[in-house]
Design a protein around this ligand. Sequence first.
Ligand code: NI
Length: 260
Amino acid sequence: MRLTDSHAHLDFSPFDHDRVAVIGRARQAGVVAILNVGTDLASSRAAVALAQEHDFIYAAVGVHPHDAKTVTPALLDELRDLARQPKVVAIGEIGLDYYRDLSPRPQQRRAFEQQLALAAELNLPVVVHSRDAHDDVLAILRRWSASAPKQERGVLHSYSAGPERLEEVLALGFSIGISGPVTFANAHSLRAVAAAVPLERLLLETDCPYLTPEPHRGQRNEPAYVRYVGQAVAAARQATTETVARATEANAARLFAISG
Ligand code: NI
């Protein structure tokens, strides 16, 4: 089976001692493409370097809402230069996080809007993080999508906004990234989302090293485990894992202009 992990953080330190082995296990598990997503300037640089070392790894560059307070005009210029490197296919991860509030909310909103503008300028899709901030994220995306040129604009990664906001997110041209929590026993709302998303708007992701799916919950996550996410999504949809794997590979290839 061929699978795509549309959201990974292989540059993070939990992989420092065995990164090559983790990447090898992903290949053996049938993972044909990985989008490694930057979270600050250093991590975006590391993502680009990793993508240049491994043919099936691609990079997104951006500053996570946790680090929004680091975003300056000079940093945005550096991101623009990085985004023009080979194998950079998206701006991300960007967005709002009102759960941990590690940067002041006005700065989060400004950094989000500035990076959305950069994506529009470069005609790149975006990888959006939204945690306990769905109203503000959608308001900002509504304004942005009126001016952004792309029909397919990006993904709401590790989707947590519930079935009730699905229609609006889809209408804005976004895909839905489903991660490990879909395998948890109590994830009824997320499984309802996984069942309701049109097949052509569905992406699978690990968000590794975080959000480890069952049966490995509690351990470090890695791209090879994206198959457990695929199995749970398929079960929720009463589809075969093969159907979900094939569609989500094609969706990632189309949205990010990548191929395994
Ligand atoms: Ni992430």
